[in-house]
Design a protein around this ligand. Structure first.
Ligand code: SF4
Length: 167
């Protein structure tokens, strides 16, 4: 039994009220480990400045993989980077979510014929996409709030276990 399945079993046995408390706590402590590249990156960086201040939602950057529960891809993702990202993803405990920002990470954006860029969804289950080239900081912020809703409602929790495609 994988640790994800074990945790899922524990969660299912808990009374609903306790689960709600757990999920409420998780929704205010989403710590992203991030892969941020390309011209989308300045849009993402603004989220941790005073104007958008994502930390007020408990979303802290710079956490280590062992303490993170969201993997965020921003900008263009190369095949070689994805191999490393996959290893980091495997270090993250369950439950965990994947958040993809921008056209490049979603669908290779303006580089559909690139030999080196990949789409994140071909390698792991993605829980949230934000479209745009680049998306505005407001859109990325909104995506995080929608992801919080999924956490509160247990949408997609534990489904990611074993969902990674080999490279
Ligand atoms: S989606 Fe557009 S803005 Fe973002 S990294 Fe790709 S080309 Fe740049």
């Amino acid at each position: 039994m994988s640790s994800g399945e074990y945790q899922k079993g524990l969660l299912e046995k808990m009374p609903k009220t306790i689960r709600k408390i757990f999920n409420w706590g998780r929704s205010f402590s989403l710590w992203p480990v991030h892969l941020v590249t390309g011209c989308c990156s300045p849009e993402y960086m603004q989220l941790f400045g005073p104007r958008y201040d994502l930390e007020r939602w408990g979303i802290l950057p710079l956490a280590s993989a062992r303490q993170s529960d969201v993997m965020i891809f921003v900008g263009n993702v190369a095949r070689k980077m994805m191999i490393r990202a996959k290893k980091i993803y495997e270090h993250m405990p369950e439950p965990k979510w994947v958040y993809v920002v921008g056209a490049c990470a979603s669908s290779k954006g303006p580089f559909p014929e690139s030999y080196s860029l990949v789409r994140v969804k071909d390698y792991m289950k993605v829980d949230m996409f934000v479209a745009g080239c680049p998306p505005k900081p407001e859109s990325i912020h909104y995506g995080f709030l929608k992801l919080r809703e999924r956490v509160l409602n247990e949408v997609g929790m534990y489904e990611s276990a074993g969902a990674i495609k080999s490279t």
